[in-house]
Design a binder for this molecule. Structure first.
Ligand SMILES: Cc1cc2nc3c(=O)[nH]c(=O)nc-3n(C[C@H](O)[C@H](O)[C@H](O)COP(=O)(O)O)c2cc1C
Length: 264
């Protein structure tokens, strides 16, 4: 006799089995793809380091081949850790520890920053920060790339600012992760915004920080000011704040002075 498939129990059983199979498939895919996702994240970060430092050669951020990114990064970039408070390179970690250092994770166990100084709204700051150094063939400093992050309107923006050896002239700035609105705050990724950064000076002749991202359409000083995003004043303010935080005394300020004096 044929089995009756139109019972309540049969329907529930089929629905349960379908759910179970789907759940197992999704879980297996998530776990199996995790290493690949991590590799792609690392590659994307490397690409953004090279882009900020103008080291993509003939390529752009959207068409640079993976092997070019890996090779150029390995050839040119030296990864170091800096003690943020002293502004000196950390020499206590082995190369393997430096390579596996997770600054985000380290920040989670750091003390809360005082709200008055936390203009980038990062809440907690790791004692050690990663920096990327590029030396010339004689071993002299050529470029330094500093990771920066801070809150915009909807999200924390993560990116890099690269400086020339004078530790004052910007080579480039770019973000590799954020969740600002496409077309509004998301325009931080636009060429129009990013193209304004190369050549800007962080400090004036007396060493006072002058770099500023103004409200959209209000930049007047071509040496120090970057024009913000129209219709996205809050993201613009976030970028202004995070740049000032990381280049200032509570960020890489001491490191910048030490590196300039050959004393990092
Ligand atoms: C759906 C939606 C998304 C928005 N996304 C952003 C954003 O990503 N960044 C931002 O600064 N402002 C964003 N805004 C606008 C802000 O709410 C605010 O109006 C704006 O930052 C003010 O900029 P303005 O003074 O240049 O007009 C968004 C507004 C809406 C309605």
């Amino acid at each position: 006799m044929a089995k009756n498939k139109e019972t309540f129990g049969y329907t529930i059983t089929v629905a349960f089995v379908v759910c179970l199979v789907c759940a197992v498939l999704v879980s297996v895919a998530a776990v199996a793809l995790r290493p690949l996702q991590d590799i792609n994240k690392q590659l994307d970060k490397k690409k953004n380091v090279l882009a900020a430092a103008d080291l993509l050669g003939e390529y752009t951020i959207s068409n640079a081949p993976n092997n070019y990114i890996e090779t150029t990064f390995d050839e040119k970039i030296i990864i170091k850790l800096v003690d943020v408070a002293s502004g000196k390179f950390d020499t206590t970690k082995s190369p393997e520890e430096v390579m596996s250092y997770d600054q985000k994770k380290a920040a989670k166990s750091a003390e809360k920053l005082d709200k008055k100084i936390d203009i980038a709204q990062i809440k907690r700051q790791a004692k050690l920060a990663i920096v990327y150094v590029v030396n010339d063939v004689d071993g002299n400093l050529e470029k330094v790339i500093l990771p920066i992050h801070g809150y915009g309107l909807w999200s924390t923006l993560y990116g890099f600012i690269a400086l020339e050896a004078d530790l004052n002239t910007v080579i480039g700035l770019g973000f590799y992760a954020h969740a600002e609105t496409p077309g509004l705050g998301g325009e931080v990724d636009s060429d129009a915004f990013k193209d304004q950064w190369p050549g800007k000076k962080i400090f004036d002749e007396t060493g006072v920080m002058r770099i500023e991202v103004t409200k959209g359409g209000q930049a007047q000083n071509p040496t120090h000011q970057v024009d913000g995003l129209s219709g996205a004043t809050l993201t613009t303010r976030g970028v202004d704040n995070l740049v000032k935080f990381w280049l200032g005394e509570n960020g890489f300020g001491s490191f910048i002075v030490n590196l300039k004096n050959g004393d990092a």
